[in-house]
Each structure stands twice: as C-alpha cells, then as structure tokens.
Design a protein. Structure first.
Length: 665
C-alpha cells in the first residue's frame, strides 16, 4: 500500500504525462484523467489505494464545478435566453429522459438483462436517461471559446441547452438518492427532500445576497489576494456543508453559493481565483470515475459498449436538429448544434456515480455505460472540428445563408477604397475604429458577436457580422482594395490563420496585430505581420515617455527613444523579474468600461435639454447619432432631440444608473 505522499506523486506524475500526451493529440484533459483512473484503479495496477478515499476527494471537484456553474448563473442572461433555455433546452432534456425510460422499460426483459446484466425498473431507467441527456459543458464551452463561436447562432443555442442541462442536474441530485429508498417510502423521501431544498433555498436566497455582498466588501477592502481566495473557499465549502447537513447534496449548496456571489461585483475575480482548485479537484473526480472502469469486462462486452455509445449520440444529434428547426433555427445552425451536443458529459458521470453509490445502478450496467460515455467524449472533438463541413454537406440551405452573409459584407465594402479591414470589434477594435473615423479614414469591421454587431450597426458604425478567419469573408470585405488590415483580438492561433490567408491573398498588404503575450511577437512577425503591438509593453513605453518628459528630458530625445525602442522590436522592454506583487489583487474592486446605445423617444423627458444638464452620474455620452450623422465627443451644450441615439460610456453600474435617469427622469 502506498503512503499518502507516494500516492500523490503517482497521481501527479501519471496525470501530467497523460494530459501532455492527449493535449498533443488535441484531445480534452478530461479523457486523460479518466485514463489515469483506469490505469491506477483496482481493476488494473491498484496503485490508487482505497477507491473510497479517491472518490471522497473527487467529490470536492464536483462541488467546485457546481460553484462555477452558480457563478455563471445570471438572471439577466437567463432572461435574455429564456426561450432557448426553457424551450429548446427543456425539450432536449425531457424528451431524452422520457425516450430512454420508454426504451428501457418497454423492451423485453431478457434483452435488457442481456445488455445491462440484470433487470431495469423505471428508477434505474430515470438515472440512465438523465445520464444520457447530459452533454459536456466543460469541453464544449472551452472549444466554443477557442473557436470564437460562443456568440454565433449555433453557439447561443448550444450554450442555452447546456445551461438547462446544468440546471436540470439540481433536481436530479435531489431525486436520485430519494428514489433509492425503495418501496412506497420513496414518495415521502422525495417530498421531504423537496421541502428541505425549498426551505433552504428560500432562506439563502432571501437573506444571503445582502450578507454575501457586505462580507465580500469587508474582505476586498483588506486588499489581500490571499485573504480573498481563502474567503471564496470558505464560502463554497460552508454552503456545501450546510446542504449536506440538511440531508441534501453538497453540490446543491455550492451552486447556491456561486449564485449569490454572481450577484456581486466580485464575480469575475472569484471565477479566476476558484479555477485552479476547480480544475485540479475536478480532474481528481474523473480519476475516481476511471478507477471504476474494468477494461477486462469492457473488452468482453464491446458490442454493448458500441451500442450504448452509438444510440445516444445519434438520438441526441437527430433530436437536437429537429428541435432547433422547430424553434426557428436554420438547417445549418441545427446541424452544427446537434454535432456540438451529441456527446456525453461530465454531469452524466456525476449522475451515474450517484446512481451507483446509492445502489440503483449495478456494476454490470456501469461498466459498458461508462466506457461508452468515455468513447463518445473521446471522439467528440473530431466531429466538432468537422461541424461546418458536415453542415455544408447535409444542408443546401447552408450555402444560401453563407452567400447572403457574404453579400451583406460585400455590399458594405464595395464602395470603399484604401480602407482598413478591422478583424474583431471588441474594446480594442472599437477604439481603433473611432480613431480612424475621427481622421476620416474608411474602414469595415468584422465581428462574430451578433448582439454587438446589431447594437453598433444601429448607431451607424461600419461593422458587419463575419468570421475574419475565412477566406471568402476577407475577400468580401474588399481585401484586395484595402490599405491595411488590423487584427484587434488577443487570439494568437486565429491571428496566425488570418495572417496565412492574407499573405496568400494579398502579400503586400500591411498587417497590424495586437497581442498580450510578448513571447508571440517573433512568431507573429515570422507569419507575416507588418507590426505587432504588445499591449502591456506599449503601455509601459507610453508611461516611460511621459515620465521622461516630466523630469525634463527634451521632447525630441523622448520621441527618439520611443522610436528606437519600437524599431528594436521592443527588445529593450521584453522580459522582467517576477515578484510577489505580480498578481491581480489590485483588480478585485476594479470594473471595466462598457458602451451602451440608448434611443431617445419623442416622449422622453430628456428631449430639448442640453447634455450638460442631464444627471448621468459618472457615465458620459461619447457619441450622439442624429439622422444617420454621428457626432463624436459632443459638446455639453448640444441639445437632445427626439430620435437621437446616445452612446453611454462607463461601468455596467454607472451605465445602468445613467440609463435609468435618462429614460425615467
């Protein structure tokens, strides 16, 4: 038997090797952790020791995963996507569970016994149906972010379904242990568990938000990153302990804790602080799941494994495609959404492990189901990579939609000559566009966030929906007539792809690239970037130039020094000695600035008043759009007219206050 230290070393070493190997193959780390559990479990080398010890430690991973889900649970976001979440998402989960229960209960008993090693009643069917309904939130959201498809039409639908799946886990976590009581007492157990959950949730949600916000304000004022992180861990585990003592699941309490913190201004800092603990402990949870897999049994039952993988994947794909079409999505969007959601998910492992621990799912049924889920997740990134090609091959309508999108881009760029193509219309892209506009330099911006494009285009800004990493999109944006191209988002792999395309289509076109990582400067230049702007180094250079001017260095020498640093490719400023204060502690109480467009109706009380007279608090008006004319940085004596659109700048809280005063004053 290994000691605790030896066991930790074995787990760390094997996990690192497995993750490195699978990352090389572009597969998710989750699969590596499962493989480590299989290799070290009691059915293989048995180096992991007592499986119960590993399982109890892994449960903390689920606690932090549910806490992260609570952080992402925004009532505003839920309200904006309510039709997709409670329509599309609810339909997918409920139909999958009902279908699985009907199949498992109505099929001949002998057939089910042969497939699952024993009889199946409706309670077991419910557990397996809930398991099959889940998709991998961790893997899919990560891949959507990497591919910059989170705000696309299919990305929004995928996110909405995943959100409802994650929410559906909460009642299932309450329901499954209650069902395990057996006999007629399960109704009483479910009722009691539901009553406890309602009472606890009402108390926590009623009195929790003000207490949580007040306590986090006290901790944040101490300006200690260590104290802030300890407080996050305390809140997570305290709420998990409270719900466990009430006879409910620990993940439920962690979810409530995350939901309470999501209503405070510290949500994003908490999310960053908790991520290392969540990822490591979640990895340990999947190691614990892997220890339950017996490869010898799986090899003997490979027909069942293939059946249990193929049927749920194909069913979920077909179901999602049909549901997306029913809810108004195009054929291409439906196919992409189906491909992204077809695989098994980490919450499926959670439900399966819970069903096994309470005795509903037998070990004979566990082995082939577990292997099938693992195999579906292993193959999912391969199919997701080909989602666009699958959509184009299966849907003729997709070609038409792609053509209309390119026509829209071409119609905006056809009248432009010597313009700048701006790839990405986030904060950096908008700043660049506003400077170009002030100097009367024509530009066209491409972005994949439909809400951002819609809001910015409504104020007259030259931005269209399009993927700048596609050849046809760049050509439609008038690449051959452009005077320059700027990549404004911090995504080196996508920037490299764009550089390759532009150098192939327009070798002489100047390209400006933004990066936050000085290590990528040489790589981007080698790929064809004319200039690479490292934002942190450039900020330091500006700070240094102002400091030189303030201490009396002649302006000509300051400008010469800045030019020398830039001509030297920032070599003078690259690299620094790291210290204990190189943290994000100072950002705990900071909030980024946002823009929001507010339309002024004829009945608005602001009509006829000067901008300087409006009580907008700390927010300011950056632009006024009047009869298709943009008035940038308007004077305070400009009077508001009916039909104007005011662009407000400030933090979300400042903008919300200003908008309320503007519309209701």
């Amino acid at each position: 038997m290994l000691s605790s230290l030896e066991l930790a070393l074995v787990l760390l070493a094997t996990s690192v090797l497995a993750v490195v190997g699978l990352r090389t193959l572009r597969l998710p780390p989750l699969v590596a952790y499962l493989a480590v559990g299989v290799a070290l479990g009691p059915h293989a080398t048995n180096l992991a020791g007592d499986p119960e010890v590993v399982r109890h430690a892994g449960e903390l991973g689920v606690v932090f995963l549910m806490f992260s889900l609570g952080l992402e649970f925004s009532l505003a976001k839920l309200n904006a996507l309510r039709r997709l979440v409670f329509g599309l998402g609810a339909a997918q989960v409920s139909i999958t569970i009902v279908f699985a229960m009907l199949v498992l209960v109505l099929l001949p008993t002998d057939l089910i016994a042969g497939l699952l090693g024993g009889g199946v009643d409706w309670r077991v069917a419910l557990v397996l149906g809930g398991t099959a309904a889940m998709s991998s939130t961790a893997m899919v959201i990560k891949l959507l972010g990497e591919k910059r498809e989170l705000e696309t039409e299919h990305g929004r639908r995928v996110f909405s379904v995943l959100l409802f799946q994650d929410l559906a886990v909460i009642p299932l976590l309450i329901l499954i242990p209650a069902l395990a009581t057996g006999g007629d007492s399960w109704i009483m157990a479910i009722g009691l568990a539901t009553l406890k959950a309602v009472v606890i949730l009402v108390l926590l949600l009623r009195f929790g938000p003000p207490l949580m916000k007040r306590w986090f304000n006290i901790v944040a004022r101490q300006r200690s990153h260590e104290l802030f992180t300890l407080n996050v861990l305390l809140a997570t585990l305290l709420f998990a302990w409270l719900t466990e003592k009430a006879g409910l699941s620990m993940p439920l309490g962690a979810f409530v804790a995350g939901m309470l913190i999501s209503e405070t201004e510290y949500r994003y800092q908490v999310e960053e602080d908790i991520k290392p603990f969540r990822d490591v402990l979640l990895g340990l949870f999947f190691v614990a799941i892997g220890t339950q897999l017996n490869l010898r049994v799986v090899s003997e039952l490979w027909p069942q494994v293939l059946l249990f993988m193929t049927v749920p994947v194909l069913f979920k794909f077909c179901l999602v495609v049909v549901l997306v079409r029913v809810f108004g999505g195009g054929a291409g969007t439906a196919i992409r959404t189906g491909v992204w959601l077809a695989q098994a998910g980490e919450f499926g492992f959670v439900l399966l492990a819970l069903g096994t621990s309470v005795g509903l799912v037998s070990d004979a049924a566990l082995q082939p189901v577990l292997a099938a889920m693992l195999l579906s997740m292993l193959l999912s990134p391969v199919f997701i990579e080909q989602a666009n090609r699958i959509a184009l091959r299966l849907s003729g309508q997709e070609w038409l939609q792609r053509s209309l999108q390119l026509q829209s881009i071409a119609s905006r760029s056809i009248a432009r000559e010597n313009h700048v193509v701006v790839c990405g219309y986030g904060r950096c892209g908008q700043a660049l566009a506003h400077v170009l506009e002030a100097e009367k330099v024509p530009f066209i911006a491409l972005d994949l966030d439909p809400d951002r494009v819609r809001e910015a285009a409504a104020t007259g800004e030259s931005v269209v929906y399009g993927d700048s990493a596609r050849r046809e999109t760049l050509l439609a944006a008038g690449l051959h007539r452009a005077s320059a191209l700027a990549i404004t988002f911090d995504d080196t792999p996508t920037a490299m792809k764009i550089l390759h395309l532009v150098r192939e289509l327009a070798p002489r076109l100047p390209i400006l690239v933004r990066t936050a990582h000085e290590a990528d400067i040489d790589k981007l230049r080698a790929a064809g970037a004319t200039e690479v702007v490292p934002e942190i180094i450039e900020g330091s250079l500006m700070l240094a130039s102002h400091a030189l001017a303030l201490v009396g260095v002649p302006l000509s020498r300051v400008l010469r020094r800045v030019r020398q640093v830039r001509d030297g490719r920032y070599a003078l400023l690259q690299g620094f000695f790291h210290g204990a204060d190189d943290t994000d502690a100072d950002e705990i109480e900071d909030a980024p600035l946002h823009l929001r467009a507010v339309a002024i109706s004829a009945s608005n009380p602001s009509v006829g008043r000067a901008l300087a007279e409006l009580r907008l608090g700390d927010a300011r008006v950056t632009t006024v759009v009047r009869r298709s004319e943009r008035i940038v940085d308007p004077a305070g004596d400009l009077h508001v007219e009916a039909g104007d659109t005011l662009v407000l700048s400030g933090t979300l809280e400042q903008i919300g206050t200003a908008e309320a005063r503007l519309l209701h004053a």
